[in-house]
Ligand binder design. Structure first.
Ligand code: PRP
Length: 190
């Protein structure tokens, strides 16, 4: 522990490395920049807290591709148990400005059941966004409960609980630069 970083002892396996995230983020930004070449300013809507790392890196990657962006954030929370939820969510933090007529890209760290995103897409449409696309760094195809159109996907990953790069376990591990699986002993300690 003295020489290492505290969290390394808790990680059983890295699922997506820091380098893979870096390369994929650049790739996704290039695609989005090409598809949005005629849009004056793309409005990125990040979903707190998980998307914060990806949002920061993705926005800067778009900047390097020559696309100006604006950043908005929302925070939402599911009612009750996510697994049995009907997809109704509560807004903890709403958009700060009007998005009517804007070309919006939702930035998500992960699409798991799809319930959060499904609700969010309906919500953004109700706020009269001109178009809404989604970029998600991670997706779990085996966990999906509701089909949602995710135009830009970084990595499809197995249906395991993962942490890092914004994703948490009990609010910890969000700062890890990679995405990994925790050792079983970590849950026992919680
Ligand atoms: C996570 C993640 C997505 C959502 C995906 O957020 O950031 O927003 O869950 O899950 P779903 O596809 O099953 O709806 P969470 O609610 O854990 O909050 P956090 O981002 O603050 O950790």
């Amino acid at each position: 522990m003295a020489d290492g970083i505290w969290y390394e002892d808790d990680i059983a396996r890295v699922v997506v490395t820091e380098e893979q995230i870096r390369v994929k983020t650049e790739e996704l930004a290039k695609q989005v920049a090409a598809d949005y070449a005629t849009v004056e300013r793309v409005l990125l809507v990040g979903v707190l807290k998980g998307a914060v790392m990806f949002m920061a890196d993705f926005a800067r990657a778009l900047g390097r591709c020559g696309r100006p962006v604006e950043l908005e954030f929302m925070a939402v929370s599911s009612y009750g148990q996510r697994a049995t939820s009907s997809g109704v969510v509560r807004i903890l933090k709403d958009l700060d400005r009007d998005i009517a007529g804007r070309r919006v890209i939702v930035v998500e760290d992960i699409v798991d059941s799809g319930l959060t995103l499904s609700w969010l897409l309906r919500y953004l449409a109700s706020r009269s966004a001109a178009t809404v696309d989604v970029v998600a760094l991670l997706r779990k195809p085996d966990a999906i409960q509701v089909q949602v159109p995710v135009k830009y996907v970084g990595f499809d990953i197995p249906n395991e609980f993962v942490v890092g790069y914004g994703l948490d376990f009990a609010e910890g591990y969000r700062e890890l630069p990679y995405v990994g699986v925790l050792k079983p002993g970590v849950y026992a300690r919680a």
